[in-house]
Design a protein around this ligand. Structure first.
Ligand code: FES
Length: 94
């Protein structure tokens, strides 16, 4: 990411997905094409019930997923510009 890039903003939706906005890339699973290339906004599933993971397909509503909105807003500049480190990614199932 360069300084000219849009910052990435991740917004947890109450009882729903994580909205990701900005200049982001989603690392592909081994043997699969990149997810959402060129998109500036995506909704990532956090209920674990989507039929099109890692994207949200609205299934969270059908299963009654509950996750409150965060109490505090995110800091203006939460992380320095750098390439993601493999250690940053959560393990499957987290
Ligand atoms: S958060 Fe929408 S399908 Fe999981």
């Amino acid at each position: 990411m360069t300084n000219e890039s849009e910052p990435v903003i991740i917004t947890p939706c109450p009882d729903g997905p994580l909205l990701v906005r900005g200049d982001f890339r989603i690392a592909p699973a081994p043997g699969r094409p990149a997810e959402a290339p060129g998109r500036k906004v995506v909704a990532l599933c956090r209920c674990g019930k989507s039929g099109i993971p890692p994207m949200c397909d609205g299934s969270h509503k059908l299963v009654g997923f509950r996750a409150p909105a965060p109490e505090k807003s995110a800091p203006e500049n939460p992380a320095p510009d750098r390439e993601p480190d493999p250690g940053d990614a959560p393990s499957p199932g987290e």
